[in-house]
Write a protein that binds this ligand. Structure first.
Ligand code: EPZ
Length: 420
């Protein structure tokens, strides 16, 4: 096992290239299951979750190559429709094969993903929508067993809650359904929009892209003529690096990023006293003279992203005053609090709310990564802490951040990946 050793109090400088969005490439990989041809997905980040998803598709029979951020994948060779537990348990996003496998084969078995560090992560909304479209769903020995021998039927589906992968699963299922499907309260994340655009480029008529209401006109089972696609920039990776510039009071520039996808985040940074300059594909952050505290409430896009809550909490430890952070999407997304506290942060939890006293001083310590985004918050705290911080269990980080220590070293951080 490896750990990261980070020496704090180092200013950052220069620029960093943002990679493709993990949470976009995963549904795009799933969508190849309903393609009638091999496709090329470029700007795909070389992170563990992408490699895991490719392994899942290969286990189903797909043929794939992945090098230098380019995935060439042919899922027309897929013969199995059973996604087994040992891969699905590693990555919840595996549930994204449920909709495509069902409409392609008329039946499938997908292991229940199970919960994770940030919450129970149910998939009831995915299953309810598929049943409304005519699927027979059973849970048997920890597997979702779904049947739709005559295909799925378009209908109106109102999601009780906004669900990103739920929206993506049903979008792909509706693309091959008989007739039209109206989705209400659908997620508007840029990753969902990219999937809509890829399906539209493949010949699916979709109305309302980018809004919370979509109408998808299905092909009645005919596979799609999918085109090659370039993955959009990772807005969460970008937000993490903006927080790195902010917490170290450095001026840094992010390249290959889409500032429009980060408006809630850059606005929050400006409220906290930081300067933000943007071009079409770059963001520069300028140091704050005084870091103001901030109240943050996570919500679905275009609101403040839950995937940046932990990173902003680390930043709020450096503000002059008290910040309140409300986590509205997940019931247990405060795993980073105990580790930040061990570094000297003063954070009080009450239900889904955290009160962060901006004390400024943090001390290097041995800390434990618990989930992908909590781990990146520990890196941010380590960048500003006195002394050296060792972050253990960094396999969590490798799930979603490409070339992490390479990018941070290029920005001037003193960071090393060492053997336990
Ligand atoms: C996606 O997860 C992202 N993952 C998550 O990013 C992100 O945190 C989350 O959306 C919210 O933005 C991918 O895109 C691969 P949800 P997802 O379904 O789709 C409840 C990261 O760090 N819900 O939008 O699993 C659920 O419990 C990851 O990159 C149900 O109740 O999240 C949660 O409270 C972490 N029933 C809320 O909805 C359901 O059937 C939002 O979950 C589905 C969801």
């Amino acid at each position: 096992m490896h750990y990261l050793a980070i020496k704090g109090k180092q200013k950052l400088f220069g620029s960093v290239n943002i990679s493709g969005a993990k949470n976009s490439v995963l549904p795009l990989l799933a969508s190849t299951l309903i393609s009638n041809k091999k496709i090329c997905i470029s700007n795909a980040p070389e992170v563990a979750d992408v490699k895991t998803f490719i392994k899942l598709l290969e286990n189903l029979g797909a043929t794939c190559s992945f090098e230098k951020n380019i995935v060439n994948i042919d899922s027309t060779t897929v013969t199995s429709s059973c996604a087994n537990y040992d891969i699905v348990r590693k990555m919840r996003a595996s549930i994204l094969v449920l909709g495509p496998l069902l409409v392609r084969f008329g039946h499938c078995e997908v292991s229940l993903p199970g919960g994770c560090a940030i919450g129970q992560r149910p998939i009831d909304l995915h299953l309810k929508a598929l049943e409304q479209m005519g699927a027979e769903i059973e849970i048997k020995q920890g597997y979702v067993v779904a049947k739709a021998p005559k295909g799925l039927k378009g209908c109106t589906i109102i999601f009780d809650k906004v669900t990103v992968t739920g929206s993506e699963n049903i979008l792909m299922a509706a693309s091959l359904a008989h007739g039209s499907t109206k989705l209400v309260n659908v997620a508007k994340e840029p990753e969902v929009v990219q999937l809509c655009e890829v399906l539209q480029d493949a010949g699916i008529k979709i109305e309302g892209i980018g809004t919370s209401q979509l109408i998808i006109h299905g092909t009645g089972g005919k596979l799609l003529d999918m085109k090659d696609v370039e993955v959009i920039p990772d807005r969460i990776e970008a937000g993490t690096y903006l927080c790195a510039g902010a917490i170290t009071k450095s001026k840094i520039t992010l390249n290959k990023v889409n500032p429009k996808h980060l408006e809630a985040v850059t606005l929050k940074l400006e409220e906290m006293g930081f300067g933000i300059k943007t071009t079409d594909d770059s963001i520069t952050i300028l140091p704050a003279e005084k870091i103001f505290p901030s109240d943050i409430e996570t919500s679905e896009y275009p609101g403040f992203p839950t995937d940046l809550q932990a990173q902003f909490m680390a930043l709020c430890t450096q503000a002059k005053g008290t910040s309140i952070i409300d986590e509205r999407l997940f019931e247990n997304r405060f795993m980073h609090v105990s580790e930040l506290t061990r570094m000297g942060a003063s954070i009080k939890l009450k239900g889904h709310s955290a009160t962060v006293e901006g004390k400024g001083k943090l001390n290097g310590a041995d800390v434990m990564a618990t989930d992908l985004r909590a781990s990146s918050a520990l890196i941010l705290a380590a960048l500003v802490a006195d002394g050296v911080t060792k972050i253990h269990r960094i396999y969590h980080l490798d799930r979603g951040y490409e070339n992490l220590e390479g990018k941070f070293s290029k920005l001037g951080a003193k960071i090393e990946r060492l053997e336990e």
